[in-house]
Write a protein that binds this ligand. Sequence first.
Ligand code: EPU
Length: 417
Amino acid sequence: MDQLRIIGGRRLKGSIEISGAKNAALPALAATLLTADEVRLGRIPSVRDIRTMAGLLESIGASVVRENGGYRIQAAAISESGAPYERVKTMRASSLVLGPLVARTGRARVSLPGGCAIGARPIDIHLLGLQTLGAEVRQEAGYIEAVATEGLRGARFTFPKITVTGTEDLMMAAALAKGETMLDNAAREPEVADLAEMLTKMGARIEGAGTSTLRIEGVERLHGCEHAIIPDRIETGTYLIAGALAADELELRGVETDHLGALLDKLAQAGVDVASEGDRLIVRGGRPLMAVDVTTEEHPGFPTDMQAQWMALMLTAQGSAHVTETIFENRFMHVAELGRMGAKIELNGNQATIRGGRPLTGARVMASDLRASACLVLAALAAEGETVIERVYHLDRGYENLDGKLAAVGASIERIV
Ligand code: EPU
């Protein structure tokens, strides 16, 4: 299994191109199932979750061709209306094919995703929503089967809890349902708005994207389109923190600053020097940092996907910072590993208290989930000496060429295969 060896303390300098957003590309890939026409998707990051989703689409009958950093996909006919356990177990986002499959073929059979390192992560709300649109939902032998023989019907549905992929799943289903669907308490993440933009290009009629109320007027059929995925705001945030921790000057190219509001506010409060020029951000490190508390929230609040990386930053700040996780129940797996590097963090329920300003030292640590792995890389860049991170496959699920990008700006980072 691959490992990363990082020697901390190198000053970073140079420029990094930001990739397309994994969490926008995944629903976009699922949305290609809604039409028999060809769909061209640009700026698809080359990461493992995307390859898993592409493989899933192929197993369902789509032709998938990788070209120029994007994909050409055509699901002319659906041969298998399901997602087998072997594919779903490694990626929970496979539940995103549920809505498109029922909407297009009247039937979907998807293996129930298991738990994952960051919590139980049920999909009950996706199912409740599909039932509200008229699907019959059964569970047997670890599979969810959703059937709507007469097609889905538009309805009003209020999400009992805000869910990102749940909103995406239902928006795709409602696009081909008969009549009007109103979705209340919908997720407002930029990835949801990006999907709405793509669906609109395919002929869907959606109002309110980016707000908590979506109105979708179902259409009989959708057609092909060309769509470029938005830049990855979490990758951007991760490199901003790398810059704050270790850069003389780091430029991030191809960013969407509007998607980074809560994070940029917190970085400013902490004293990080970030300048914005069009689609570029420039971060300069080396300034003394202040401890700043964060509480994760749905967008536009502080993203849970930046919580672990924020902790790495706070380890180098003066004073104590509280990090409160409200989205997932078990997203502090990185705390014990950071402890091996000399960090002092106390955990109390869903709140971590980081005692900053202590020197970090390299150690052998283990990645546990995607963002926890990114946090360990960041801590390693700031630590003295050598850190070896095991189970790097977690990182490869969602960061395109992280080691290559960091090495190109001067980090001492090497993949041991
Ligand atoms: N929830 C339910 N029932 C459901 C759906 C969600 O109880 O049917 C709960 C979850 O357990 C969680 C909360 O609602 O406590 C929010 O979960 P959400 O459904 O919004 O998460 P998700 O859609 O499964 C996406 C991202 C995650 C990101 C979260 C929150 C994708 C493919 N994944 O997951 O990204 O953390 O939204 O913003 O879009 C990552 O990239 O590292 C990652 C985990």
